[in-house]
Design a protein around this ligand. Structure first.
Ligand code: SF4
Ligand code: SF4
Length: 451
């Protein structure tokens, strides 16, 4: 009787694993992940075959099933100790502001022979040698670059040009009278509108000094102190299509970046105009025209944490998002930020982006203290030099990140286990490596845009 019960439980476990592998197979297949689909199919066959001897020869099988169940129980007890049992880390808060002139996009706009160029390198002479290297490369979206695609590049360029056309709308005077709208209703309306516009997540935070650049670095803001600081920031994220990101650093990534910058830009500008129509001050921060550091605003609005690659890691899609922000004085409700140390802890064990980066721009060592906070900082010069050689914004780090997997039951379960069970994090990295490979090969660009 005891033997039979043990074998029934073991059969249940084996059947559950077989079903899990079967579900995984279909999910991976739909995601065009050939290696992961192949492994899960083999896993399915393995567990189905393991059922047969347990079912047919239960007297002998018990010598196998008892150790199996004991091992599973012990592993589960260790892996699934809840996060509340572990010491809570203190939330890191940056001190000091970033000078936008030192960002690579700002430096990329400097033109040799112009006064601004000479003045910048007089002040930041240590940047000159490395910047000369990226200037010697073909450049972003250039037809001589490595991943030039005669359809995708002009379309990406068209997206960036369109979003630039919104720049004149990012700020403006509010309408004279503040329309009476109940605070609660306004808050609900804004959030619901954003959701219907297709944003993945949104939140509101009180703006802090470190959210703003200290000095502007692009367009007519170049060299000017960032002035009027509105008190609230509405941050939101939009999804980058997994299929387009999976081919990174090939041309689909830059086309998708441009598409989602445009999408986020359009939503942010419309929201800012809407708030100004109600009589509030509002300024949209969109591609090429930011006064704020979007990932920091989004982080403090409760949308995620900053990971090893320096990007916002959202609970839903990891770094596979683009962000926009609207700063305003409209009376919106603040979102409570619930610091989640699981992301940094997972990043300390994972390092997949650092291993996959074609130019080793992502640090593999411990976090370092930068502007009063311990964090990882990518080598932005190395990264941008690669972009100007590849012609795209690369995104290889985003494509291999285990948090970037699509928003479905299978991956959401893994993300849930990573967040809530610290001991599961290392095995989760190993599982990701096993199914996808430590350095997964980039997919081909989608067939419709191939040439
Ligand atoms: S790939 Fe790994 S280490 Fe890099 S950001 Fe993603 S989770 Fe963190
Ligand atoms: S975008 Fe590419 S080059 Fe830059 S850090 Fe990520 S993987 Fe490295």
């Amino acid at each position: 009787m005891v033997i039979e019960t043990i074998n029934v439980i073991a059969l249940g476990v084996l059947v559950a694993f077989a079903l899990l592998m079967l579900v995984a197979y279909f999910v991976f297949r739909s995601e065009k992940e050939k290696r992961a689909a192949g492994i899960s199919f083999i896993g399915f066959v393995f567990f189905v075959l393991a059922v047969v001897p347990v079912y047919l020869w239960s007297d002998v099988a018990v010598f196998f099933t008892i150790p199996l169940l004991v091992v599973l129980i012990v592993i589960s007890m260790v892996l699934f100790i809840p996060a509340s049992f572990f010491r809570k880390e203190a939330e890191p808060v940056p001190a000091g502001r970033i000078d936008e002139r030192n960002t690579m996009f700002s430096r990329n706009e400097l033109q040799p022979g112009k006064k601004r160029f000479d003045k910048y390198y007089e002040e930041f002479s240590d940047h000159r040698a490395r910047d000369d290297v990226f200037r010697s490369n073909p450049g972003l979206l250039d037809k001589r670059s490595l991943f030039f695609n005669p359809l995708a590049f002009p379309m990406a360029d068209a997206g960036f040009e369109t979003v630039a056309a919104f720049h004149k709308l990012v700020k403006g005077e509010p309408k004279e009278t503040i329309a009476y709208v109940d605070k609660e209703r306004l808050d609900r309306f804004v959030r619901e509108w954003l959701r219907r516009e297709g944003v993945v997540s949104s939140g509101v935070t009180a703006m802090k000094d470190y959210h703003f650049y200290s000095i502007g670095g692009r367009g007519d803001r170049y060299g000017k102190q960032i002035g009027r600081k509105l008190p609230l920031g509405i941050a939101f994220t939009v999804e980058m299509a997994a299929e387009m990101v999976a081919a990174a650093p090939r041309s689909s990534i830059v086309m998708e970046s441009s598409r989602q910058y445009l999408n986020a830009g359009k939503i942010a500008v419309q929201l800012a105009i809407f708030l100004r129509n109600l009589g509030y001050e509002a300024r949209a921060h969109i591609d090429g025209n930011y006064e704020v550091v979007c990932p920091l605003v989004a982080r403090d609005a409760g949308l995620g944490e900053i990971g090893r690659m320096g990007l916002l890691m959202t609970p839903e899609l990891g770094p596979r998002v683009r962000i926009a922000v609207v700063t305003t004085n409209a009376p919106l409700k603040l979102d409570d930020r619930n610091y989640d140390p699981s992301v940094e802890d997972f990043c300390s064990k994972c390092l997949k982006c650092a291993d996959a980066c074609p130019v080793s721009a992502i640090p593999k060592d411990e976090k370092k203290e930068i502007k009063g906070v311990k964090r990882w900082q990518i080598d932005q010069e190395k990264c941008f030099t690669y972009w100007s050689y590849a012609g795209t914004d690369c995104g290889r780090c985003i494509s291999v990140c285990p948090y970037s997997h699509p928003d479905n039951f299978l991956h959401n379960t893994i993300r849930f286990l990573i967040r809530n069970f610290p001991n599961f994090r290392k095995p989760a990295v190993m599982l990701d490596d096993f199914f996808y490979g430590r350095k997964p090969k980039p997919h081909k660009v989608p067939e419709w845009m191939d040439i």
